[in-house]
Design a protein around this ligand. Structure first.
Ligand code: GLY
Length: 366
């Protein structure tokens, strides 16, 4: 069993990365349960594959299972209200322990419900997608989207433990898996050149869900995430580095009504845009930018960019929650394995890169 420790100012907890952990969930959760009852929060599509195993492991009656839609479009305040009302009807009290089993949307919605319900109850995350196992389940960010922007309503609420069972990735649709790979590439670019080289060598194996490659990659990313959030729980500095690709990515998600892109795909485009900005600003070599875009292309085809004017994009970027007085501190790569935060990028350069992005990337793919 691989256990990674997260030590933030407000909490200490373990991230367990283990094949078959789901069948041992009862014993793992028992260690952090306290005196309260356990409630399982998940979505119908995750429940279909893993619900029975989880309920059996937790010895859970059906009344203590709450299911909700986990499409990005459903990551909204009304879904959190629905979850809280179901918890009330199931008589969850302040000692309750919520177990959130699913991908990023399940974790973000359930995590936010846990942060608010009865002014806060405890939560365990059981991430079942690649993006959730390497990123969103670790670090306590929870929240929902507004039509105006991504994750604009939320709270920091650290889990009691994170339990990642790598076998759950085998029921993940290929597109969802690839979407997680873009976030994996992110970790290589921002802080781990060895991981990036590994991805260059092993991408095809990863796409075939090769066990050893996958285990190595997930542990490597989870360790990096744990180290970063342990140093900067509330994103006052270092944690901002995890937002590489998210400035354009979040704008794209909001501009397309959270329907066209999976989160990782929007981040994939966002990283390509940020990388090109870094080249134009002479902060990154063409060679490293080419290595990066070739690796992204090997993950598979990204959904086409929408027809959005550069003005609309710049406006959406200014509305992102990371902006201050309408200005955004960009995360730009300096080399493979190193990035800088808080970079000021002129709007006209963002607009130029946006206009050229589809054609430039199409050349990489061919
Ligand atoms: N997903 C970015 C963060 O957790 O800070």
């Amino acid at each position: 069993m691989k256990t990674i420790q997260v030590k933030t100012e407000s909490a200490r907890y373990a991230v367990v990365c283990e094949r078959g952990a789901l069948s041992r969930l009862g014993g793992i959760v028992e260690k952090v349960r306290g005196c309260g009852e356990v409630f399982l929060l998940s979505s119908p599509r995750v429940w279909k594959f893993w619900g029975r195993a989880a309920a059996r492991a937790l010895r859970l009656p059906r009344e203590r299972v709450v299911l909700f839609d986990d499409h990005e479009i459903a990551k909204r305040v009304s879904t959190v209200e629905g979850v809280c009302r179901k918890l009330t009807r199931a008589r969850a009290d302040r000692s309750a322990l919520l177990v959130a089993m699913g991908g990023g949307v399940v974790g973000d919605v359930a995590g936010f419900a846990a942060a608010c319900y009865l002014r806060g109850v405890r939560i365990v995350h059981v991430p079942t997608t690649l993006v959730a196992q390497v990123d969103s389940a670790i670090g306590g960010k929870t929240g929902v989207d507004l039509p105006e922007g991504k994750n604009l309503v939320g709270a920091f609420h650290q889990p009691a433990i994170v339990v990642a069972d790598l076998t759950t990735l085998h029921t993940l649709p290929a597109r969802q898996f690839r979407s997680g790979l873009y976030e994996v590439i992110k970790y290589g670019v921002i802080g781990d050149a060895e991981l990036f080289r590994f991805l260059e060598h092993e991408m095809e194996k990863l796409l075939r869900l090769d066990t050893r490659s996958l285990e190595w990659v997930i542990e490597r990313c989870a360790r990096q995430k744990a180290r970063i959030v342990s140093q900067d729980e509330r994103e006052s500095g270092l944690r901002q580095i995890l937002n590489f690709g998210h400035t354009i990515g979040h704008a794209l998600e909001a501009l397309t009504g959270y329907k066209r892109f999976l989160h990782g795909e929007a981040v994939g485009w966002g990283m390509l845009g940020a990388t090109q900005i870094a080249v134009e600003m002479k902060r990154l070599s063409e060679r490293d930018a080419n290595r990066f875009s070739s690796l992204v292309a090997r993950c598979g085809q990204l959904p086409a960019l929408p027809r959005v004017s550069s003005r609309a994009l710049v406006r959406a970027i200014a509305g992102d929650k990371k902006s201050r007085h309408g200005r955004v501190g960009w995360v730009l790569p300096r080399s493979i394995g190193a990035a800088e935060i808080g970079v000021n990028v002129p709007d006209r350069l963002v607009a130029k890169v946006w206009r050229e992005l589809p054609a430039r990337y199409a050349r990489t793919e061919n």
